[in-house]
Design a protein around this ligand. Sequence first.
Ligand SMILES: [Fe+2]
Ligand SMILES: [Fe+2]
Length: 294
Amino acid sequence: MSNSQPAATASERIGLKARKVSFDWEETPLHWVPDDPFTAHTINVLHLLLPAGERWFVHVYRQVLPYIRDDRLREDVIGFIGQEAVHSQAHDDVLPHLKRLGLDPTPYTAQVDWLFEKLLGDRTLPPGRARAWWLKERVALIAAIEHYTAFLGDWVLGAEELDRRGADPVMLDLLRWHGAEEVEHRSVAFDLFMHVDGGYRRRVRTWATAFSALVFLWQRGTRFFMENDPTLPAGRATVRDFVARGREGVLPSTPDLLRSVPRYLSRAYHPSQEGSTAQAVAYLASSPAANGGH
Ligand SMILES: [Fe+2]
Ligand SMILES: [Fe+2]
């Protein structure tokens, strides 16, 4: 464990705490973006990936805690663990509602659970170099994924087109509360990666793995929802749909997504340069879910 790097600038550093939230899904329709199942289902993929994914973050980070030799960073990682545990649960709670509306996510979530628990879980490695390698590799993967959770969080906080189209307010609040906490803790995973390893080749390699896996899982998840939606007899999902919704502002734009790639791969990258803590904190102060619940 080497290469301790400077963390976020002092002005960006705030104590991280998990907020208690509550959501009432009773009134949320299946197509929670009116007349646009493709957009609703593309965003619904979050509920498939995040419960297992964020549980896995927590699992990995608990193993790293004993190796952190910087008190402030350890505090941040503990705050991060608390927030991700709540996120994971909040997205998991949407799944029974989707099932009630006729869309059973279990065939897909079973595969995602296998991916995170088995493929990316603890392998039976002897203590020593192999085990340390696998831990560092997973810490680097999480840093790459957190580049995208922060990107998406920043996007959804400003995605006013969703409000204009009459998107369900409870779902929007879930996305924006979560997105705001992603922006709030966006530096933690990268700082931890720099603390335990920080190798540039590992950053590039794990970015490539994380990015390909996210694209693969996301398009598969969207197709799964579109094909199994009981109200869409011939539901399809194409790249063209995605690019078009990005232009309309109801999904992230493809050029913005592509531009985020060289930023993460730049040697000068630090997550504090992305997104706005002030915007995130302002949303959290007004979020219905984080202030007493729906
Ligand atoms: Fe999260
Ligand atoms: Fe996160």
